[in-house]
Design a protein around this ligand. Structure first.
Ligand SMILES: [Cu+2]
Length: 196
């Protein structure tokens, strides 16, 4: 990204620029994208001497929630979309055009999120835990939301123990409404199960 383009992103410089060609913003190559850092990375310092910022790698469960076992199936979820058109999707398909993701009661599904966009997407699965893979096996932390940073890949596992239909979506409401949303259907549960 040139200094000129950065200057154009400064809103104060945009007065009288109604005729500006926004399509030029879509021309950044991947190297330019990688070189961009959030303002926080430049300016923030830990307030405590010797302190450091924590990341997901620092999380660990206080106690294992489930027995540690291998996932029985892996589902790749590509987080897709376009800032320019403001369309957000999963695997390039919006919720309106999608089929539900069908899970079987009793399986342990490994979801691998591949964020192909330039925004973070906090992915939220209703009804079941998202067990974030931080390499701690049984002590991997169980979470409600897994935030996937731009251009990164994150895996989480779900013990499919909640029969019924569940929402699965980006927790940025505008992204979910625009299409980054799926219905999950849990099938094959015992008759005695508590279905919601
Ligand atoms: Cu999102």
């Amino acid at each position: 990204m040139s200094d000129e383009e950065i200057a154009m992103m400064d809103h104060s410089a945009m007065d009288g620029m109604e005729g500006m060609d926004h399509s030029k913003m879509g021309g950044m190559d991947s190297e330019a994208i990688r070189s961009m850092r959030p303002a926080a990375a430049w300016h923030l310092r830990p307030a405590i001497e010797g302190g450091r910022f924590l990341s997901y790698a620092d999380l660990k469960a206080q106690a294992p929630l489930y027995e540690d076992r291998e996932a029985t199936r892996e589902i790749e979820i590509r987080l897709t979309g376009s800032m320019e058109r403001y369309v957000w999707s999963i695997d390039d398909v919006t919720h309106a055009d999608s089929e539900p993701i069908v899970l079987q009661y009793g399986e342990r599904v490994r979801f691998t999120f591949i964020n192909e966009t330039m925004m973070a997407h906090p992915m939220h699965l209703h009804g079941m835990w998202s067990i974030l893979d931080v390499g701690e096996d049984a002590w991997n932390p169980a979470k409600h939301v897994i935030s996937v940073a731009p251009g990164t890949t994150v895996s989480m596992e779900t013990e499919v123990d909640a029969p019924g239909e569940w929402a699965f979506h980006c927790h940025l409401a505008y992204h979910a409404a625009s299409g980054m949303f799926r219905k999950i259907v849990v099938e094959g549960y015992p008759e005695s199960a508590d279905v919601r």
